[in-house]
Design a protein around this ligand. Structure first.
Ligand code: 0O2
Length: 212
């Protein structure tokens, strides 16, 4: 496939990622403006690189005509939360929206991967307007805590370093580090109420100072 054809395919995904990022960031802005706690800490997004799409297609045995249908994370959104409980609140928020539809969900927190990977994945159908009319794209939303994100970012970079596979002893250390990160999440959950109250109070104070 030529670069021009890839551009035609991927441009709507770029727009969808931009729109979805704005929408999730706005949930945070709105809640904060109301002096409420936001389950969303920050949001990132990306369109999968052409080289990554091609290697995933090869791995899945999918032809290039089928990538849009079969590769569900061409559009990828990541939502970071402070606490594990917030992840499930974000999932409920997504379920209640009328501008996106959940196709299916994967709970890699309850069913964490052998690598130590933890996150909640939601596969969405996102309809949006383009110059050529309504287009629906599939997007993958990964929802995770800050600790899960720390772990996944580091582990992902190591996977690039060891293209033949992470050595066994390092893989088991990483898996243990994943357990330790989850223990941190559980400890933080124990004191969540106190932290949330303190943060809301701090937010209210800074709004009041700005108004003076
Ligand atoms: P990227 O964009 O480089 O992150 P598979 O990938 O075969 O395990 P599947 O069905 O494609 O399975 O999707 P899955 O496992 O639900 O989610 C795929 C994405 O989740 C990955 O994208 C990663 O972003 C993330 N992920 C899944 N497992 C791990 C893991 O063990 N470690 C880390 N760091 N991330 C993981 P890609 O395709 O790797 O691409």
């Amino acid at each position: 496939m030529e670069l021009r054809e890839w551009k035609t395919i991927l441009t709507p995904y770029e727009f969808a990622v931009e729109e979805l990022k704005v929408k999730f960031k706005n949930i945070r802005k709105e809640l904060k403006a109301n002096g409420e706690y936001s389950p969303i800490e920050f949001v990132t997004g990306r369109v999968k690189k052409i080289s990554s799409i091609i290697s995933k297609a090869e791995k899945l045995g999918v032809s290039l005509d089928e990538v849009e249908e079969k590769i569900e994370d061409i559009a990828g959104i990541r939502i970071m939360c402070q606490f594990v409980e917030d992840i499930y609140t974000v999932v409920s928020l997504i379920k209640s929206r009328e501008d996106m539809k959940i196709v299916y969900e994967k709970d890699y927190i309850k069913n964490y991967k052998a690598s130590g990977y933890r996150s909640y994945h939601v596969i969405l159908e996102y309809p949006f307007q383009t110059a050529k009319g309504l287009k629906t794209v599939i997007a993958e939303v990964q929802i995770r805590t800050l600790a899960m994100n720390f772990w996944a970012t580091i582990e992902h970079s190591l996977k690039y370093k060891y293209d033949q596979g992470v050595p066994k002893d390092l893989a088991s250390r990483l898996s243990r580090a994943g357990d330790a990160a989850f223990l941190l999440d559980q400890e933080m959950s124990e004191i969540r109420d106190i932290i949330v109250r303190a943060q809301v109070m701090f937010e209210m104070k800074s709004i009041a100072i700005k108004d003076i």
